[in-house]
Design a protein around this ligand. Structure first.
Ligand SMILES: [Zn+2]
Length: 840
C-alpha cells in the first residue's frame, strides 16, 4: 500500500521488534520509496541484463512497451559521445549540479531521447559538486542527523544520471554551447569500466522510463535520478519525481544486522510545487467504480477480474500505471473492451528487499488517453495470498494490494467472491447476495460509500451479529486455534513472589491447555467492538460503512480496513491463556484493552479522515489510539488511562541498541522514516505512543469538552479528505481558550510534534511579606532537554483556606519565574499535578 496507510497496523512490542518493519513495508509503504527502492533493488541484486547484440536505434515512434524495453536494453555508454567538459551547471528543482572539470559520457539515445549520462572527474584537476538546501527546518535536522550538516554540499568524482525530464537535452545543449571537445579514447575506458553498472542501475527505472517514453508529456512528468559517489559521504542517491507526493528524495543505502535500509536524509516538496507553478493533482489519474470478481480455488489460489473506471488527469500519455502485490501476476487487460499491451517486469526484485513491496505495471493503450474521459479498465490477475496457518486457520497476505490500484483513492466497490462452500469469506460492504452452487459459495457485497481499500478474510468461522447504534456488527472467530499457537510452549504462571526471570526458582514447566476454541471469547470480542463503535459513532458521526465485520488474523497485530477489522488471534484469548511471551503489562494493555477499540477507531481515523502524507500518519494512529483510550477511560475509569500513559512513557525513555533514548530518535512527523539503519525499531513507539501523549497533552490544554468538539469537527470537516499536521494544528487552535498562553499552539507543535525531548521539571517557590498579602515567586527549572526546548506547563499553588490557583509557565533553558500575590503563604506548589505533560 502506498501513501498514508488507510488500513493501519500495529503489533505487540516484542513481535514488532523482530518483524514489524517488514510488515509495515508490506502494508504501509509510502510512495516515496517507490523509485528509491527500485534503485536500491538494482544495487543489492546481482541482476545483470542478458547481453544483446547491438542494433542501432531507430528514430521512429515507439509503438509498444516491449519495443521501448528492447531499445533501452540496447542503449549503452557511447564512447563517441564522450566529452571533456568544464563549468557545466544545471538545476534539477532544488538541487544544483556543477560539472566543473571532467568527462561526460552519454548513453546512446532511445528513440532520440537521452535517458542517462555519466560524469567522471577522475583526473588530477577533476571536480564535480552538488548543492541542495532543504527548505524546512525539520528536513535540515534530518539531513544533519545522517551527514552532520544541515545542507548538502558535496564534491564528487563520479555521478551517474538517469532521467526522462529533459536533463539529457539540457546537458547536450551545454556541451555544444561550451564547445566541449570529444574524447573518444577516454570514452572507451569509461564505457568499459562503467557500462554494466549504468545498465544495472538504469534497469531499475525501466518501467518508469517506458511509461515516460510512450507519452508526449515526458519532460513535464519525467523524473531525474542521480547516484553520486562522494569522498566524504560515500554513495548517495537523489530522486526528483513529479509524480510523487514529495518530489525530492535524497538518502543512502545502509545495512544493519543483515537488513538493508534506505536511510532517508531528506524528503520534501520540490520548489516548483511549493511555488504552485506545478500541481500534483494535475498529474494523478483518477480510479473509481471498482468491480471485483474473485474466485478462490479449492487450493485457495486466487483468480480475479478487477474492473474500474480510469479518468486521466492529462491528455498525452498512452501508459497507465498501477501497483499490485508481487504475489499477484497480471495475465490480461483491456481498456473499453479492447485488449491492450500489458507491461510487468519480472525477476529484477526476486532477491531484493524481501516481502511484499508493490510492483508497478503498465497498461499501454494504442493511442494517447484523453484527459477527463472515463475509460473502463479490466485487469485479470492471479496469485497466492492465502496461507494455511494450520487447524483450518488462514492468513491473508497482501491485504491492501492484492488487486490493482493507483495511489490510494476513494471509490465505491462491488464485489463477488466465489469460494469453497465449507469456508466463510468476509469482506467490506453490505451483503447483497449469498448463495451456494455445487461446491461453491458465492457472496456479493456492495460498498456504496467511498472507501480506499477492499480487504477480505476467510476461515472456518463461527459468527455472531449484533446491532449497535444502527450499525450491523458481524463478528467472526476461528473454530480452532492456529497450529503455531497450540505449539507455543505455554507455561504455568509462577506463584506471585517468584521473580519471573529467575529460572532457578521456576517450578516445573507444564503446558497450559488452551480453551477449547476461540469461539468462547466471541461474545466478549463482539461486546468490546460494539461498545467502542457506539461510543465513537455518537461522538464522531457515522463510520464509512453501515456494516462492520470483525475477523481474526494469526499473529500479534491488528488492522482496521473500512468496514473490516483484522484482529490478532491473541485478542480471542483470555489474558491467562496467552503465551508467556505475550503476558507483560504492555501486552495485556494492548491485546486485552486497546486493540478492539483502536481498530474500531480506525473506521474514522484512517478510513474517514485520512492522512495527507506519511508525515501525517502519526495523527491517524494517535487519534485512533487516543479515541480508544478515552473509550476505556469512560468504561473503566482514569486508572487505565494512567496505566497506558505510564507504559508509553517508559518505552519512550528506554534506550535503543545504540544507547539513545527512543524518544530522541526523531519527531512524530518523520513517521516511517524513523525506521532507518540508525534505529530500526523506534518508529512505532514514537508514532503511536508519543502521538498518544501529544493528544493527551492537547486534551489537558483544551479541556474535555473542547477536545471532543475538536475531534467531532475534524470528522466533519475532513470526511473522506486528507488531514495534514498543519491543518490539525489550525483546527486545534480554533478550540483553544482565548486566554491560553499558546493560543496558536505554536510552542506546543514546535516542541512536541516537530521536535524531540522529554523534560524533567522542578518547581521551587519563595514568599515575601506576610498575610493577608504575600508575594509568591514560583520558579520552574527544566533539565534533560536541548537548549531550545520550551513548553507551557501548569503549576498549582495551594493556599490555605482557598481554592488552588493554576498558572501556566513557559519553560526555557533558563529557570522560568512567575509571581503572584496571595492571601497566605502557599502550603504546596506542584508542577503538572494532573499528569498533563510528558515529563521525566
Ligand atoms: Zn492503528
Amino acid at each position: 500500500m502506498r501513501d498514508s496507510c488507510g488500513g493501519t497496523i500495529h503489533r505487540g512490542r516484542e513481535t514488532h521488534r523482530r518483524r514489524g518493519a517488514r510488515i509495515v513495508k508490506t502494508l504501509c509503504r509510502p510512495r516515496y520509496t517507490e523509485v528509491v527502492v527500485r534503485f536500491h533493488a538494482a544495487f543489492l541484486s546481482s541482476y545483470t541484463l542478458c547481453a544483446l547484440a547491438f542494433a542501432p536505434f531507430a528514430a521512429a515512434q515507439i509503438e509498444t512497451a516491449a519495443a521501448a524495453v528492447e531499445r533501452l536494453r540496447e542503449s549503452k555508454l557511447d564512447p563517441r559521445e564522450c566529452y571533456r567538459v568544464r563549468d557545466i551547471a544545471f538545476t534539477a528543482e532544488d538541487a544544483r549540479f556543477y560539472l566543473t572539470d571532467g568527462y561526460l559520457i552519454f548513453r546512446r539515445p532511445v528513440n532520440g531521447v537521452t535517458v542517462s549520462a555519466l560524469f567522471s572527474a577522475d583526473t588530477a584537476s577533476g571536480d564535480g559538486e552538488v548543492l541542495l538546501i532543504p527548505p524546512h527546518r525539520s528536513e535540515r535536522i534530518s539531513l544533519a542527523s545522517f551527514t552532520q550538516s544541515p545542507t548538502l554540499n558535496q564534491h564528487f568524482k563520479t555521478a551517474l544520471f538517469v532521467f526522462s525530464d529533459g536533463t539529457g537535452e539540457e546537458l547536450r545543449r551545454q556541451v555544444a554551447a561550451t564547445n566541449a571537445r570529444r574524447a573518444p579514447e577516454e570514452g572507451l575506458l569509461l564505457a568499459q569500466r562503467w557500462d554494466s553498472t549504468v545498465q544495472n542501475i538504469a534497469a531499475s527505472f525501466t518501467t518508469r522510463l517506458v511509461r515516460d517514453l510512450l507519452g508526449t508529456r515526458r519532460t513535464e512528468n519525467g523524473f531525474f535520478y542521480a547516484a553520486v559517489s562522494t569522498p566524504a559521504l560515500g554513495n548517495f542517491d537523489l530522486v526528483i519525481d513529479p509524480r510523487a507526493r514529495n518530489q525530492v528524495t535524497a538518502g543512502q543505502i545502509s545495512d544493519r544486522d543483515g537488513r538493508s535500509f534506505f536511510d532517508l536524509w531528506m524528503h520534501f516538496e520540490a520548489r516548483s510545487f511549493r511555488d504552485r507553478r506545478r500541481q500534483r493533482d494535475a498529474i494523478e489519474n483518477k480510479l473509481s467504480d471498482y468491480k471485483l470478481d474473485v474466485t478462490l480455488t479449492p487450493e485457495l489460489g486466487l483468480k480475479a477480474v478487477t474492473e474500474m473506471t480510469l479518468t486521466p488527469a492529462q491528455t498525452g500519455e498512452r501508459a497507465a500505471a498501477f501497483d499490485i502485490s508481487p504475489r499477484m501476476r497480471v495475465t490480461g487487460a483491456s481498456i473499453d473492451g479492447k485488449p491492450v499491451e500489458l507491461f510487468q517486469r519480472e525477476g529484477v526484485r526476486a532477491n531484493l528487499i524481501r516481502g511484499d513491496d508493490n510492483e508497478l505495471f503498465l497498461l499501454v493503450a494504442p493511442e494517447e488517453l484523453e484527459a477527463g474521459r472515463p475509460y473502463r479498465v479490466r485487469i485479470e490477475h492471479e496469485g497466492n495470498v492465502v496461507t494455511h496457518a494450520g487447524n483450518k486457520v488462514y492468513y491473508v497476505a497482501s491485504r491492501g494490494n492484492w488487486y490493482p490500484q493507483g495511489g490510494l483513492q476513494f471509490s465505491t466497490y462491488e464485489t463477488v467472491f466465489r469460494y469453497p462452500k465449507n469456508l466463510r469469506l468476509v469482506s467490506s460492504g453490505d451483503l447483497v447476495e449469498d448463495a451456494t452452487s455445487g461446491d461453491t459459495r458465492i457472496t456479493r457485497r456492495r460498498a456504496g460509500s467511498p472507501i480506499r481499500l477492499l480487504g477480505f478474510n476467510l476461515g472456518e468461522y463461527e459468527q455472531i451479529s449484533t446491532n449497535r447504534a444502527g450499525y450491523l456488527i458481524d463478528v467472526y472467530a476461528n473454530k480452532q486455534f492456529e497450529a503455531a499457537l497450540t505449539r507455543v510452549p505455554m507455561f504455568a504462571p509462577l506463584p506471585a513472589p517468584f521473580p519471573r526471570r529467575n529460572a532457578v526458582t521456576r517450578p516445573e514447566l507444564t503446558p497450559l491447555p488452551l480453551p477449547a476454541s476461540p469461539v468462547e471469547r466471541l461474545k466478549h470480542v463482539a461486546g468490546e467492538v460494539g461498545a467502542a463503535l457506539e461510543f465513537m459513532a455518537s461522538r464522531f458521526g457515522p463510520p464509512p460503512l453501515k456494516t462492520l465485520t470483525v475477523s481474526p488474523i494469526p499473529g500479534t497485530f491488528g488492522q482496521g480496513f473500512p468496514g473490516l477489522l483484522y484482529l490478532s488471534t491473541m485478542a480471542y484469548l483470555d489474558p491467562a491463556d496467552r503465551p508467556w511471551s505475550q503476558r507483560s503489562e504492555s501486552h495485556r494493555l494492548f491485546f486485552s484493552e486497546l486493540i478492539h477499540a483502536h481498530e474500531t477507531a480506525h473506521q474514522w481515523w484512517g478510513n474517514t479522515v485520512i492522512s495527507a502524507g506519511y508525515q501525517d500518519d502519526w495523527l491517524q494512529e494517535a487519534l485512533a489510539n487516543y479515541s480508544a483510550v478515552m473509550f476505556l477511560e469512560r468504561r473503566k475509569g482514569p486508572r487505565l488511562l494512567d496505566a497506558v500513559l505510564e507504559d508509553y512513557k517508559r518505552h519512550l525513555l528506554s534506550k535503543t541498541p545504540d544507547g539513545e533514548e527512543v524518544q530522541s530518535v526523531g519527531p512524530v512527523t518523520q513517521g516511517l522514516r524513523l525506521q532507518s539503519s540508525k534505529n530500526p525499531d523506534a518508529w512505532r513507539t514514537i508514532m503511536y505512543e508519543k502521538g498518544t501523549w501529544i493528544l493527551h497533552m492537547l486534551r489537558r490544554q483544551l479541556g474535555d469538552e473542547r477536545f471532543l468538539a475538536l475531534l467531532a469537527d475534524l470528522t466533519k470537516r475532513y470526511r473522506f479528505a486528507p488531514l495534514s499536521t498543519a491543518a490539525f494544528q489550525s483546527a486545534a487552535s480554533e478550540q483553544m481558550p482565548a486566554t491560553a498562553p499558546d493560543r496558536k499552539l505554536e510552542a506546543f507543535f514546535e516542541n512536541w510534534v516537530y521536535g524531540t525531548g522529554v523534560p524533567a521539571l522542578k518547581v521551587a517557590h519563595t514568599v515575601r511579606g506576610t498575610a493577608p498579602r504575600v508575594r509568591v515567586t514560583v520558579t520552574v527549572t527544566q533539565t534533560g532537554v536541548g537548549d531550545d526546548f520550551s513548553v507551557d506547563v501548569p503549576v498549582e499553588i495551594q493556599i490555605p483556606r482557598s481554592r488552588p490557583v493554576t498558572r501556566w509557565v513557559r519553560t526555557s533553558n533558563e529557570p522560568a519565574t512567575i509571581q503572584l500575590t496571595a492571601a497566605a503563604a502557599p502550603t504546596r506548589v506542584v508542577v503538572d499535578p494532573g499528569n498533563s505533560i510528558l515529563k521525566r
